[in-house]
Design a protein around this ligand. Structure first.
Ligand SMILES: NC(=O)c1ccc[n+]([C@@H]2O[C@H](COP(=O)([O-])OP(=O)(O)OC[C@H]3O[C@@H](n4cnc5c(N)ncnc54)[C@H](OP(=O)(O)O)[C@@H]3O)[C@@H](O)[C@H]2O)c1
Length: 293
């Protein structure tokens, strides 16, 4: 079994390096572990899509009954015992920054520009997501369900470890960052990051102005006039850019995993707005990608 896994890992690695020109020169044992994580990541992305398209994780707008998440289904996610702000910090912050940096610095190729760029962009996102974002947002619910929190922690550990492992050990061509496709990726990452932050910030402002913290404002202005979830759209663009820069199998899985959440959840959020604001909510607005979905 282990020998078969090792052969599969070598075959995928050969294919990946021939296609991209990027090498992953680690021991056979290390490669087998890495690509086992890639396989687990792919299964996690698929499972996330299959579960979330039926029963979205019950937090935020989707913790209420009206969207097919009845209270029995909500309770199946376990007791509501995790403080929302602290929960977000623990699930995203330490693994995406400290653990990532630790693994990165133990790698063989951490001292090259492409590797540092990828590490820096990843840690920037998770420093923001774990240590800044939770303290800016005003969540409607003070606590989240244990299952929702574990559903964030588990995949985050897997992906953060596997991406750090790739970024620490991959050998990129010297001119990698000057390639046109990679530059497009860097621009997409930057644009996506700004859109994501701006949309989250806007939502936080609306929340502050509401009388009841449980309530939601009518979304309007710039991208909110086109899609229900500009913050998810921004993050989707951001990780698409990261994939173009890294060109790593594990980052393809990460893009698929995050997209599995955005595409399913955004559809339910759109449905939520249509119900809540009925005729006032324009029919042409999409869930996630302007004009498309
Ligand atoms: N990488 C990943 O896999 C992943 C997974 C999930 C989220 N994220 C990121 O985490 C961030 C937050 O995601 P989320 O799922 O919590 O997003 P969300 O549903 O958009 O909610 C974000 C915050 O804005 C508030 N809010 C949303 N719409 C509002 C409105 N119309 N009026 C007033 N307040 C409103 C919410 O209040 P309530 O608490 O009352 O709902 C919550 O505090 C996003 O940037 C997202 O991209 C990443």
């Amino acid at each position: 079994m282990i020998s078969l896994m090792s052969q599969v890992a070598t075959a995928i690695d050969d294919w990946s390096s021939k296609t991209t020109g990027i090498l992953f020169p680690v021991s056979s044992y290390h490669r087998t572990i890495h690509y086992s994580m890639v396989a687990a990541a792919g299964l996690t992305a698929l499972a996330t899509y299959l579960v979330q398209r039926k029963v979205p994780a019950p937090y935020g707008k989707l913790r209420r009954r009206q969207l097919g998440v009845d209270s029995k289904q909500e309770k199946a996610w376990g007791p509501k015992i995790i403080p929302t702000t602290l929960g977000h910090t623990i699930s995203d912050g330490p693994t995406g920054t400290f653990l990532f940096l630790y693994i990165f610095l133990k790698g063989a190729h951490y001292n090259y520009a492409a590797n540092w760029t990828l590490a820096g962009l990843f840690m920037l996102h998770f420093f923001q997501r774990g240590f800044i974002h939770p303290f800016i947002m005003k969540y409607g619910d003070t606590h989240i369900r244990l299952g929702v929190w574990l559903g964030a922690c588990g995949p985050n550990i897997l992906f953060h470890v596997a991406i750090a492992d790739w970024v620490a050990n991959a050998v990129y061509p010297r001119n990698h960052l000057q390639k046109p496709l990679v530059m497009v990726g860097l621009v997409l990452y930057a644009v996506g990051f700004v859109v994501n932050r701006a949309a989250d910030w806007q939502q936080a402002q609306w929340k502050k102005q509401l009388r009841q913290r449980e309530d939601y404002a009518y979304p309007k202005g710039w991208l909110f006039n086109m899609v229900a979830n500009p913050n998810y759209f921004g993050e989707f663009v951001e990780w698409t850019g990261y994939l173009l820069v890294s060109q790593a199998p594990i980052c393809l899985m990460w893009s698929l995993f995050t997209a599995a959440t955005w595409f399913t959840r955004a559809g339910f959020n759109l449905e939520f707005y249509r119900k809540k604001f009925s005729d006032n909510y324009p029919r042409h607005r999409r869930a996630l990608v302007p004009f498309v979905y």
